[in-house]
Design a protein around this ligand. Structure first.
Ligand SMILES: Nc1ncnc2c1ncn2[C@@H]1O[C@H](COP(=O)(O)OP(=O)(O)OP(=O)(O)O)[C@@H](O)[C@H]1O
Length: 288
């Protein structure tokens, strides 16, 4: 499966949520789709799932614009942050309704997962706790066997044990039924080891797309005296810079270039830290 975003922009009445997004991703793979609150993740994922159209540009799956190709949509399961279930339906009815939509739906697996997450199929959706609704979404996503499975903040309200079950399922499913999983989450420290590729949206733009194994060389923190650091980072794309006492820290994208300077230390930056730095950014460029 190949997803292509081609010059995608989206404006709401008073807000441009996405601006000229371009990227290609190819599965099977587990992809972290990340960014701060309001970065545009949910907007993009809704459009990928064909729920509304782009203001400009298009999103294609295997070369077809998803908005004009309903048959492609049965290959895309979007588990929305808020849960996309009807209050008056029971758990069993909700799963049944989804089973009609996804041709590769795995009924036995759905039943097995109901037990794993201790959900009663007879309970109405409106009687479920937040964590239980999240579990129902997770069951739907995995049982769909959709070639593109999207989890947008899938575990709101789920406790640590439930989240671990989700991570284990993701690893197990990727081994047994590989597909393109897109995972949008704010619990980055917990999930980052799962990602094979990372996309970061920032203020409606694509800030970065990288394979996870390239990350440690691409995003680094340079520390040392302000003079030495300033010298070292010249010509690099700096996303954050701060001086404290007599030490300066600069976080930058190397874009494959070597940092040549003396009397500085160069360290890696975790994904979680990167997002914290972004929120305090002094300067943001537009790189990949
Ligand atoms: N229906 C809407 N009408 C108007 N503005 C909207 C609408 N939905 C989203 N927005 C705005 O578009 C921007 C992107 O929102 P979006 O929900 O896509 O971000 P997000 O990255 O998913 O955020 P979060 O992590 O908080 O879920 C935000 O500024 C938001 O306020």
């Amino acid at each position: 499966m190949i997803i292509e975003a081609r010059n995608v922009s989206k404006s709401y009445t008073h807000k441009q949520a996405l601006e000229n997004i371009n990227f290609t991703i190819e599965g099977p793979k587990i992809i972290g789709f990340l960014g701060h609150n309001g970065a545009g993740k949910t907007t993009f994922l809704n459009m990928l799932a064909g729920l509304f159209s782009a203001t400009e540009g298009e999103i294609c799956v295997n070369g077809e614009n998803v908005f004009n190709a309903p048959h492609v949509l049965s290959e895309i399961c979007f588990v929305a942050e808020s849960g996309n279930f009807q209050d008056e339906m029971t758990v069993a009815q909700s799963l049944k309704a989804n089973s009609f939509f996804y041709p590769k739906w795995d009924e036995d697996f759905a039943k097995e997962l109901l037990q794993v997450f201790a959900l009663n199929p007879k309970d109405k959706v409106k009687s479920l706790s937040k964590g239980m609704v999240s579990a129902l979404g997770i069951i739907t996503g995995f049982a769909s066997h959709a070639a593109i499975t999207i989890f947008d903040e899938p575990y709101i309200g789920l406790d640590a044990a439930g989240r671990n079950t989700f991570y284990d399922l993701l690893i197990e499913q990727q081994a047994e039924n590989p597909r393109l999983f897109l995972l949008s989450t704010h619990l980055i420290d917990e999930a980052s080891a799962l990602f094979e590729e990372i996309l970061i949206l920032h203020e409606g733009k694509l800030l970065l797309q990288k394979d996870a194994d390239e990350w440690p060389q691409h995003v680094v923190a340079v520390k040392g005296s302000p003079n030495h650091v300033e010298q070292a980072i010249e010509g690099f794309e700096v996303i954050y810079k701060q001086s404290f006492m007599h030490e300066m820290t600069a976080v930058l994208f190397t874009n494959g270039k070597e940092i040549e300077a003396e009397n500085i230390t160069i360290g890696s930056v975790s994904l979680q830290d990167m997002l914290v730095y972004l929120s305090k950014k002094k300067k943001v460029g537009s790189t990949r």
